[in-house]
Design a protein around this ligand. Structure first.
Ligand code: C2E
Ligand code: CA
Ligand code: CA
Ligand code: CA
Length: 278
């Protein structure tokens, strides 16, 4: 049956209200979670395609007790909008440093990659906070990568740019996350201290289709980035075919469910000496 315009409007309003309510619910759950230390940090291995070994790992937040949504793709944006990301981001960094310190003593592990929100980067105290963690935990800056998205770079905010440059000067590598979605612009590669580009899974998922334009684009990007001395990580690899093609294109670092899903710190510890079968 056809809905009257008025009814449609009501449906629309209902959805809006629902979205608002769930955001409000998530926000108050997040406040509780911060106070009660409910977050856990997992790690997804990043694979070195030449040695077939784990080169590093991306830290990904987990919230096992979440009621409304366990998906960081849902609750992180709410945290960003409400300002709670400042506290959560600090917890993530501290946990990543703690785990890294422990791991560096036990195994020959290269680096941990931490997601940093735009709102963290534009806080003027962020750099000194990171500096103090490096001193406190005595980990080398070279064992850290910070993943930032283009949203952080779009505003061309001077605090953000200064922070990125200071972090980079300290020896922390900067990765541009989700490349190929949204506003990806070549100019950011020139104006910001970017060491690594992470090719988004939405591109990887299309590279093995017949006559794939995504594949041609990835090939071109690989060449362009190598000319700029920027490393590539191909994200979201789920099939053998995608893996083989990336390798053929000369991509040295990969990440995806095909190799490993995000794992707890203990599980990561166990698989660090493994080689993958591909
Ligand atoms: P992201 O930074 O792009 O992280 C990669 C996401 O892709 C992760 O989802 C990971 O589990 C997933 N993934 C990895 N391999 C595959 C694959 O082969 N196929 C598919 N379909 N997915 C794959 P997750 O953990 O749900 O995180 C979602 C997003 O939430 C992240 O996207 C990131 O933007 C945000 N996030 C997660 N942890 C943190 C954090 O500690 N801080 C901040 N600021 N954001 C975080
Ligand atoms: Ca990321
Ligand atoms: Ca990503
Ligand atoms: Ca993302």
């Amino acid at each position: 049956a056809k809905r009257s315009p008025q009814l449609q409007y009501c449906f629309f309003e209902d959805n809006m209200q629902e979205a608002f309510l769930s955001k409000y619910k998530i926000e108050s759950e997040l406040r509780h979670a911060i106070e009660h230390d409910e977050f856990v940090l997992h790690y997804q291995p990043i694979i070195d395609m030449q040695s077939k070994r784990v080169a590093g790992a991306e830290a990904l937040i987990r919230w096992p007790q979440a009621l409304t949504s366990k998906n960081p793709g849902v609750f992180i944006p709410v945290a960003e909008e409400s300002g709670l990301i400042q506290a959560i981001g600090k917890w993530v960094l501290q946990q990543a440093f703690r785990d890294l310190q422990k791991r560096l003593k036990e195994v020959d592990f290269t680096y941990v990659s931490v997601n940093v929100s735009p709102c963290q980067l534009c806080e003027s105290g962020f750099f000194s906070y990171v500096e103090s963690l490096i001193k406190q935990y005595e980990v080398p800056a070279s064992a850290l990568v910070f993943e930032v998205t283009e949203t952080a770079l779009l505003s061309e905010d001077t605090v953000t740019l200064n922070t990125l440059n200071s972090l980079h000067d300290l020896g922390i590598r900067i990765a541009l996350d989700d490349f190929g979605t949204g506003f990806s612009s070549i100019s950011h590669l020139l104006s910001c201290p970017i060491d690594i580009v992470k090719i988004d899974k939405s591109i990887i998922q299309n590279i093995t289709c017949p006559n794939s334009k995504h594949k041609n684009m990835l090939e071109g990007l690989t060449y362009l980035l190598s000319q700029l001395n920027i490393s590539i990580i191909a994200e979201g690899i789920e099939t053998q075919e995608q893996s083989a093609l990336c390798q053929r294109l000369g991509i040295k670092l990969t990440q995806g469910f095909l190799y490993y899903r995000p794992a707890s710190e203990v599980e990561l510890q166990l698989l660090l000496n493994n080689t993958i079968e591909q």
